[in-house]
Design a protein around this ligand. Sequence first.
Ligand code: TYD
Ligand code: MG
Length: 457
Amino acid sequence: MAKARTIHRCTECGATAARWLGRCASCGEWGTVVEEAAATARGEATPLPSPGEVAMPIAEVDPEGAPVRPTGVGELDRVLGGGLVAGSVTVLGGEPGIGKSTLLLQALSRMADGGTRCLLVSAEESREQVRRRAGRLGTLAPGLFIVSETSLPMVLAHAESHAPDVLALDSIQTVHDPDQQGAPGSVTQVRACAHRLVRLAKERGVTTLLVGHVTKEGTLAGPRTLEHIVDTVLSFDGERQHALRLLHALKHRFGPTHELGVFEMAEGGLVAVPDASALFLADRRPGAPGSVVAPVLEGARPLLVEVQALVAGDASEPPRRVGQGLDASRLTLLLAVLKQHARLAVGRADVFASVAGGVRVSDPGADLAVALAVASARRGTPVPSDTVVVGEVGLGGEIRQVGRTGRRLAEAARLGFTRALAPPSTPAARGIDVVGVADLGEALVAALGPVRQRHAA
Ligand code: TYD
Ligand code: MG
């Protein structure tokens, strides 16, 4: 008889190796490679196709496909492109405590209110705990059923007997398949459980929602390997200390992935934020040095954010470059460009830059704002409070065009800004003066005025 073979899998990235390694050859993480039975890998081979579906001429396929069911939570539906597709599997990922269970409960009760049969399987909290939360949220929809269960076969049995339209599991890391090796939450378990639930969803047309925890580093522990298995992966984030919560689609088989949902965590649960720009700018102190407003793009939605910088001390070794809500290596690069092409050096001072409100910005259109915030902080000169800035900063100090400047400037004009610094190729915009700046030097003069001569002491 053949000896049972084992393979080794990285719990971070899911890469496999023939033997155990101290460091994953794929993602470079240390100590993440664990042994896994090869039988599991065989079990994961493509399941036999269900006999229900037959090949048909392409022209006869209904282009509308499966119906879309709005969840009734507007911001969630916006991100999903209308709602949940029947029979689809969606992972809702996010750090612990960010509000995944709350969002799930609100969406389920809205759907249940609309006559959808919903079953919530709570594998983390008792029924009573969920009941108390639902009571506080005012979401005691009669059509919402709940069971507390952690064993996968039992979850499947409940789904079978209750026959819900929508099945929600909170969370995929806490269910356990006794036929599989590994502790709940291990890559093997998470994948195996997800595979079974996906099969159920496809065979029975059950719309399925799975909650998945991600770590602080942003890896969906397990759910990252789920990305290939499920139809949609949503990411729910924000800083826990701030009330703001942002919802993105990382993968979406049925629609765009660039829409952004904005919520605020309030006493009575998550509430939609209709005017996100106004919220992000609410606590701004106009006229303070080191503060610059930038219209960034989050999906299709333009958002105004305040970028702040602080240049402090002068002898740190090594000097600190800290970015909050923005990439610290991008900040370092912008400091180098400022020094090289705009003769603005921060020397060995510590530089902190952040995006106020807990938003994370990866849009290169915010480059110019970061650079000007640092320059403004360094000089102690404020950028005029009626001004927004947009543009990517090139390594040569040139200011480059970014996507959808028109929509960004329209949003700035809507919030009362009257002047925008932008690359010279920017078309004129209604309600706001566009000042073309070709490079960082020009941008510094336009934003902060000419360098004042140093007065003798
Ligand atoms: P929760 O949905 O349990 O987070 P997750 O499932 O992602 O771990 O919510 C986490 C936090 O939200 C919790 O610390 C308390 C807070 N919260 C509110 O502020 N208001 C509310 O109405 C609810 C239900 C929770
Ligand atoms: Mg939870």
